[in-house]
Design a protein around this ligand. Structure first.
Ligand code: SF4
Length: 361
């Protein structure tokens, strides 16, 4: 079914976090069908026993075997929660470096100190992406906008520090919730002047806490034109290498579904070693592919029944089965099918073709 390795393996070292992003994709605790209405729901993530250092070392050994044996380029993405909260992050990173695996650290940049940055550099850190839009819960304070601006400036300063200490590539990440739209230009200018290598701008995705808090984070549909114009202008000013635009307003405003990419791009290992086909899938117990303590990563990537069923599109039902764009859309977003129908293989109910089909039948 597939003869190449995944493009990435994500190691979610912990779900603990120093921040309170209300769009966090990590799996929420006891909130499966809940959508916040009056005020955003604070982040509250399911608790689990985390793999210890020697278990993460075994994971890395498995990744090394996958990397050596099969065609393609693969990245190890070290993430969380907040990976800086693991006191053994340096040991994990050192081991990844010694295995000569391409890697990248995703972080909110906190908690950090000069000493920690030095240790991370000594452990082989060459590439880090800091989420400039991750910070504490802001809705009960007096001037939320001022708070948000200060937090973004603080994150850019932290990113600059990594750069000043000698980390080769330091990027920033912006999740374009409605709160940041008004000062997107300000953030881009400050990041550019602070010598960051790039900023990625991503749409909000309604998964995990982002599903629960969608009402508060998705920019108003009347702002669609403003979003597109702002992004276009930023690319004209700073270039496509610096402004990496991943915002797709057709998807953001549900004109087209998010394609199912399970089995096509990567695997995610949760803090307790459970293996999932994507980061949003960690909120979907039905999509668990195995656990790294008992299962082989190579075996799962190439032979797992669920992954092969999704890859082959044999799970599609009508109207997806006869749909003209099924090879691109791949039946739409599995998170939507699960959260609204409690059925992993249902047609994505956010798709207009699916809505029309259900309306007729
Ligand atoms: S009908 Fe199914 S395959 Fe076609 S666009 Fe909608 S979700 Fe995608």
């Amino acid at each position: 079914m597939i003869n190449r390795k995944p493009f990435f393996i994500e190691l979610e070292l912990t779900y603990k976090c120093s921040q309170q992003c209300i769009y966090c994709h990590n799996p929420p605790k006891d909130l499966k069908f809940y959508i916040a209405d009056k005020v955003p729901k604070p982040r509250s993530v399911i608790e689990m026993n985390e793999l210890n250092l020697s278990e993460w070392i075994s994971v890395i050994n498995q990744i090394k075997r996958l990397d050596e044996k099969y065609e393609g380029i693969m990245d190890v993405v070290i993430t969380g929660g907040e990976p800086l909260l693991r006191s053994d992050l340096e040991e994990i990173l050192s081991y990844v470096t010694r295995q000569k695996l391409r890697h990248m650290l995703l972080s909110s940049g906190e908690p950090i100190s000069d000493d920690r940055i030095t240790k991370l550099l000594e452990s082989g850190l060459e590439k880090i992406r800091i989420n400039l839009t991750s910070h504490k819960y802001v809705f009960n304070i007096q001037s939320p906008i001022m708070h948000i601006k200060n937090e973004v400036a603080k994150k850019i300063n932290i990113a600059k520090k990594f750069k000043d200490f000698g980390v080769k590539e330091v990027g920033g990440n912006i999740v374009l919730t409605s709160y940041y739209l008004d000062f997107l230009e300000e953030i881009a200018e400050l990041a550019y002047k602070s010598n960051l290598d790039w900023i990625e701008i991503h749409s909000v995705i309604k998964v995990g806490h982002g599903y629960i808090n969608q009402k508060f984070i998705v920019p108003d549909p009347n702002d669609e034109r403003t979003i597109q114009e702002k992004l276009k202008r930023l690319i004209e000013i700073y270039g496509e290498n610096f402004i990496q635009n991943y915002v797709d307003t057709d998807i953001l405003y549900s004109r087209i579904p998010i394609p199912t990419n399970w089995g096509e791009v990567g695997l995610v290992i949760a803090p307790n070693g459970d293996i999932y086909p994507s980061s949003e899938a960690t909120s979907i117990p039905l999509s668990k592919l195995g656990n790294i303590k008992n299962d082989s990563l190579v075996e799962i990537w190439f032979n797992n029944l669920l992954l092969n069923k999704i890859r082959s599109l044999s799970f599609l039902r009508e109207p997806c089965k006869s749909c003209e764009v099924k090879k691109l859309c791949r039946g739409g977003f599995r998170f939507n099918a699960y959260i609204t129908k409690n059925d992993l293989f249902a047609p994505d109910p956010s798709c207009q073709i699916v809505k029309d089909y259900i309306g007729k039948s």
